[in-house]
Design a protein. Structure first.
Length: 336
């Protein structure tokens, strides 16, 4: 409650500043794009409970939110860059890549907040694979986007630990791009060339419940700590023109996170209703309450991931701090 009171005080201050500066009217419709899976549960709760509208109204703005589901980070990013979405929620590597390319330009993009801390889990149905060193050219590892997503970077980070930094991309040749849903269906069926999947929740839970599929790697073990899975990003142009909406979005995520923590079963029910997922409510509630999962707006271990990307040449500019890639709304958080 103390944190929420402080956040609301900041929101009020931002709103007063916007009024005092004679800011133009903010947009009447906010377009938010999300992907599939439990990383997007806060967005689903915000939509279901109309939290963005609630907090925007508190700041004197009447706004309508429009929610779209897209498959994969590339589609999300295309929507943002083309002006067809105002907020999207990709992983850290996507943020680092787009920040690197747009920083200091009129198209600059940064993150507003983190959306959660969650692991990526690499699973396989190949009984010979105990660690990633056991993969061969005969295997195929599905990822949401080759070389771009947190899953791909975590695999490269683990490869660098085993074979050395010069061979960080040793397994890139056997990775392929698939949505989590398609990859899980292929792996579970056992009738596809895909015999491994670096998955996000809830898909790795489904896979590990299938006989013959086992865990190879968890990204938390690779990094040695928990890490942010996804961040909410937007264009600087939109952010600067819509301070109240951005403040309302932060408050909406904070309220959604508090709801999920206090009511995991109700949050799971909201997810099932929104997605049509056939998982039992009991099973999904356990996934939501998994100790590995933390729904939080605080960025965690951002610099470990971004630092690796810079070391291997994936990005040219190295941020001095995680704050370089975020807007000021996140600066008061104990990020890393």
């Amino acid at each position: 409650m103390m944190r929420l009171r402080k956040l609301l005080a900041v929101i009020v201050a931002l709103a007063a500043l916007a009024v005092a500066s004679g800011a133009q009217a903010e947009v009447a419709k906010v377009r938010v794009s999300r992907q599939f899976g439990l990383p997007y549960l806060p967005m689903i709760v915000i939509e279901d409970q109309h939290l963005l509208e609630k907090h925007a109204k508190f700041l004197g703005v009447d706004v309508e939110s429009q929610w779209t589901q897209r498959v994969g980070p590339a589609a999300d990013l295309d929507a943002l860059l083309s002006g067809n979405a105002d907020f999207v929620g990709p992983g850290i590597p996507t943020l680092a890549t787009v920040w690197d390319k747009t920083s200091g330009t009129p198209q600059e993009i940064r993150a507003l907040i983190a959306m959660q801390s969650m692991p990526y889990v690499l699973v396989t149905r190949n009984p010979a694979v105990k660690t990633i060193a056991d993969f061969t050219d005969k295997d195929k590892i599905a990822l949401p986007a080759v070389k771009l997503t947190g899953h791909a970077i975590a695999l490269e980070m683990e490869a660098a630990k085993i074979w050395g930094q010069d061979h960080y991309d040793k397994l890139d040749s056997i990775t392929i791009t698939r949505s989590h849903a398609d990859a899980a269906a292929a792996l579970i069926s056992g009738k596809s060339e895909i015999d491994a999947h670096f998955a996000s929740a809830p898909f790795y839970y489904y896979e590990l419940a299938t006989p013959g599929i086992h865990q190879v790697l968890k990204s938390y073990d690779t990094l040695g700590t928990k890490h942010t899975n996804g961040v909410l990003i937007t264009a600087k142009k939109f952010h600067d023109a819509n301070p109240k909406i951005c403040a309302a979005m932060v408050a909406a995520f904070e309220e959604a996170d508090a709801f999920i923590k206090a009511h995991p079963r109700e949050a799971a029910q909201t997810y099932l209703k929104a997605t049509g997922d056939k998982t039992s409510l009991d099973d999904l509630a356990k996934m939501v309450a998994d100790p590995d999962v933390e729904y939080t707006t605080t960025p965690v271990s951002i610099m470990k991931i971004v630092g690796f990307m810079h070391e291997v040449g994936r990005i040219k500019k190295m941020p001095a701090s995680w704050k370089d890639m975020f807007f000021p709304e996140a600066y008061g958080l104990n990020g890393s």
